[in-house]
Design a protein around this ligand. Structure first.
Ligand SMILES: [Ca+2]
Length: 64
């Protein structure tokens, strides 16, 4: 999940589907809201505990 801090509140900006080993990477493109102060890249357990879970935020970058 990608969240942005806007006006003192963490707001979800994007939530991916649950992904499993062997899934292809997905590209995401997010337009940040005006006034966003911070960005948080958050990985959850997908609803079935965090045993052996891992995530890679590959090639993350900011563009104009
Ligand atoms: Ca999990």
């Amino acid at each position: 999940m990608v969240e942005g801090l806007v006006g003192g509140q963490w707001t979800p900006l994007y939530k991916s589907p649950v992904m499993r080993g062997g899934d292809n990477a997905i590209a995401i493109d997010i337009k940040f809201p005006t006034g966003m102060e911070q960005l948080r890249l958050k990985t959850t357990d997908g609803g079935n505990d965090a045993n052996s879970d891992h995530a890679t935020w590959a090639d993350a970058k900011f563009t104009e």
